[in-house]
Ligand binder design. Sequence first.
Ligand SMILES: *[C@@H]1O[C@H](CO)[C@@H](O)[C@H](O)[C@H]1NC(C)=O
Ligand SMILES: *[C@@H]1O[C@H](CO)[C@@H](O)[C@H](O)[C@H]1NC(C)=O
Ligand SMILES: *[C@@H]1O[C@H](CO)[C@@H](O)[C@H](O)[C@H]1NC(C)=O
Length: 329
Amino acid sequence: MRLVRLLLLSVVVILGDNNFDGPALYQITEPVTHAECPTWDSRNNLLYYVDVWPGTIYSYNYTSKELTSITLQGPISPVVPSKSNPNLLIAGIGRTIVAVQWNREDGTYTSKTLLTLAEDKPDSNMNDGKADKEGRIWFGTMDQDADTVNHPDRGTLYKITKNLSSPEVMIAPVNVSNGLVWNKANNKFYYIDSPTQQIAEYDYDDTSGEISNRRVTFYLKDHGLDASPDGMTIDEDDNLWVALYGGGSVIKVNPTTGDLLGRFPIPAESVTSVMWGGPDLDILFITTSRIGLTEEQIMKQPGAGSVFALTNLGTKGVPVFEADIIDSI
Ligand SMILES: *[C@@H]1O[C@H](CO)[C@@H](O)[C@H](O)[C@H]1NC(C)=O
Ligand SMILES: *[C@@H]1O[C@H](CO)[C@@H](O)[C@H](O)[C@H]1NC(C)=O
Ligand SMILES: *[C@@H]1O[C@H](CO)[C@@H](O)[C@H](O)[C@H]1NC(C)=O
């Protein structure tokens, strides 16, 4: 794999001075069309992500730098490894939730559709999603053409437990259900419906799995930013890291004070998502897209569609949770 060190001086860091130990950005994969939903499996030191439209799941082996993939049927997003078995992935495909058993010895897979969501919104697709601490999965949907002006309110955020016959609607309607994350104390939930350009905060009760008291903790426009907030993760200091689609950057936000703590340029205007990984969880993996770009734009941002790694950020992530909805296919 190519390992390209990019941009040192243009990175804006509010905390601390510019120095040679500052943030460094690497392009770690070749581009695909629309890389999305990175997730880190610390049991195998693997970074998973998808190329949405062809339906490809990639795994990047941090130790060997080797990239392997399987292709199902797109659109696929997200993918979450299971608690019972790291090679049992729970994925969103179209409006379905699918279990995928990846056989790493011979590169084959078997899959099984577990349930179909959004029967009332046939023109929607699954978008971002994650597991909570109890292993329930929170998967959201959006209009399949992403045309929220002509097709408003086609998204829903669902929660699915082991009882697969009773998916629960958590937030509806939304336009483009996107980034979601829980804080370290596990009593707050942060959520992005992209076109709102807001990060919303809810109280969260892990026992019941319920959210309440929505309030806006960060509005991009209040900080002179005009882009779509997309995927989101959190660090050990409870600061949020948010991919800006159409904003060519990742921002760091303190959700308690509402402060913008930093903005990190990425050489791709469509930044789709972020996830902490690496053996010490101190590398921020960043997925990007080249969908909708002209040839000319691609010439100017040849890395668009690849995965980047941002290091030396002076903080690190917390482990992500695994899905616990089925034990095997
Ligand atoms: C990742 O690569 C290392 C080094 O080659 C290898 O030992 C390990 O088995 C690989 N992990 C997976 C999950 O394939
Ligand atoms: C599962 O959900 C269905 C539908 O809501 C309900 O009728 C059933 O009692 C639930 N089963 C369990 C074991 O909770
Ligand atoms: C979705 O987008 C439409 C069109 O911009 C807007 O009218 C509607 O209020 C949005 N829905 C939500 C839940 O924000």
